[in-house]
Ligand binder design. Structure first.
Ligand SMILES: [Zn+2]
Length: 459
């Protein structure tokens, strides 16, 4: 096991951000060297503010450094005298800056006339404050000051739903993070479609948001292999939640019920929340759709080699049994634990390369080979949950390209995970049966009514 391979691929983006932040701090320092005098600082503040007032009325979206710089030249002479005199009166206690492409937080602090000392007070030792560091062009940052021109808070609306704040604590120089979430309305949406090519093309055409389509594939993922089993003419219909704010769609909720007809066989899923508040998906008759094992440990991967008792090994060039299934997928694609269990190996294993072995109990064991690296926290002796990412697709060990070699053992004997009958999870408990039946009946009646009314509309 090498440490360098343990890093998930998503973390590779961070150093760039650090670079930006670092260059921002450098800029800030540079500007302090160039403008050391207080008078000049005050003048600068005044000019920026006057322009902002104009900008707020007319061109809020276009407020950027260039605009300020250009205008700076034209108003500099006339503003100079007035600025010194009326510095306090014209001080704006509430400044809103719009993030321009390439702006870092330190650039914005500089524009708002805030010292780097204060910036460090705001950001230091505050984990959540980091949320202010990842800025998007067009995003607005609001700075609030008190009578002493001391920064009191900064805030930013980061999405239609969320505004984040950093607020100065009354008797210290520390800033506390908080966020505000808008209350959304949940609406039920209906959609239906037919498979003619790729699954996501069909769901997209039906107007189903990507996250909901992904959830639907996961819900049926124990029975239908969405990479292998889909056929032209397969159909689906579903009811799902949509989050709205002032009648505008701002997000999605849960899939409430869905029906998928795959090669003539109908699969139905109903979401049910039991009396303890646990939610899960069940078939219409109340059996769980969650099996003790996930059929495919990699989403939407292509099977590049099946289980066989004798085939020519691509590297060793000898006839060898292939005691697993190979899934080809791009490097870095997450690999999921097929079931709950205990990790017995997370490390190098000869020709298998980086390998994870999980013992699931009742004689079941799964193995995942050729990984690029392991997911954080996955180590021998630890436990994993079904569906948890344990590592990433790679091509370590004896391997010709990025893929997962996946083995499934029952009582020490290799079996084909694609043909193996997988044990099922618990069905609806007897004490919940009546309540489930009511939920299921209501949801499926709604689904059918929507489907019928849409068919009538189309005719
Ligand atoms: Zn293999």
């Amino acid at each position: 096991m090498t440490m360098t391979q343990n890093t998930p691929p998503t973390q590779q983006a961070y150093p760039k951000r650090h670079l930006f932040a670092a260059s921002g701090v450098a800029l800030l320092c540079l500007s302090l060297i160039i403008y050391p005098s207080r008078e000049v600082e005050a003048k600068k503040t005044f000019i920026t503010i006057e322009l902002e007032e104009q900008a707020n009325e007319q061109v809020t979206d276009f407020l950027d450094e260039q605009l300020i710089e250009t205008a700076h030249d034209t108003v500099e002479d006339s503003a100079q005298e007035v600025a010194v005199e009326e510095d306090v009166d014209t001080f704006e206690y509430n400044k809103t800056l719009t993030v321009a492409s390439g702006d870092t937080l330190s650039v914005l602090f500089n524009k708002a006339g805030i010292s780097s000392t204060v910036m460090h007070q705001v950001l230091d030792k505050n984990k959540d404050a980091k949320r202010f560091v990842s800025l998007k062009p067009g995003q607005q940052i609001n700075f609030e000051f008190d009578q002493d021109q001391t920064l009191q808070s900064l805030s930013s609306q980061v999405s239609a739903l969320e505004t984040i704040y950093l607020e100065k604590q009354a008797d210290s120089n520390t800033f506390k993070f908080r966020n505000e979430l808008a209350t959304t309305e949940i609406k039920e949406k209906f959609a239906k479609g037919t498979i003619t090519g790729a699954f996501f093309n069909a769901t997209n055409q039906a107007g189903v948001p990507y996250s909901i389509a992904h959830d639907m594939a996961n819900i049926f993922g124990y029975d239908i292999d969405f990479a292998q089993d889909l056929r032209t003419g397969d159909t689906f219909e579903l009811l799902y939640e949509e989050k709205t704010l002032d009648n505008k769609t701002v997000g999605t909720g849960k899939v409430l019920t869905a029906r998928f007809t795959n090669r003539g066989k109908v699969y139905t899923a109903v979401r049910y929340t039991d009396k303890q508040g646990n939610s899960s998906y069940y078939s219409a008759n109340g059996s769980s759709l969650r099996k003790a094992f996930i059929r495919t440990p990699v989403d939407f991967a292509r099977i590049s080699s099946r289980f066989s008792n004798g085939r020519k090994h691509p590297i060793l060039n000898k006839i060898r049994a292939h005691k697993g299934v190979d899934y080809a997928a791009p490097r870095g694609t997450p690999i999921k634990a097929a079931g709950d269990g205990r990790v017995t190996l997370a490390g190098r294993k000869g020709g298998y390369g980086n390998t994870v072995v999980i013992k699931h109990g009742q004689g079941y064991q799964t193995l995942y080979a050729h990984m690029q690296g392991f997911a954080k926290g996955v180590r021998a002796g630890g436990s994993v949950k079904q569906g948890q990412t344990i590592g990433y697709i790679g091509t370590t060990g004896l391997s010709t390209g990025p893929h997962l070699h996946y083995e499934f053992q029952v009582n020490g004997i290799h079996v084909d995970p694609l043909s193996q009958k997988l044990p099922t999870a618990d069905p609806i408990h007897a004490s919940e049966k009546q309540r489930f039946a009511n939920t299921s009946k209501t949801l499926l009646a709604k689904l059918d009514a929507k489907k019928d009314s849409q068919i009538a509309l189309n005719e």
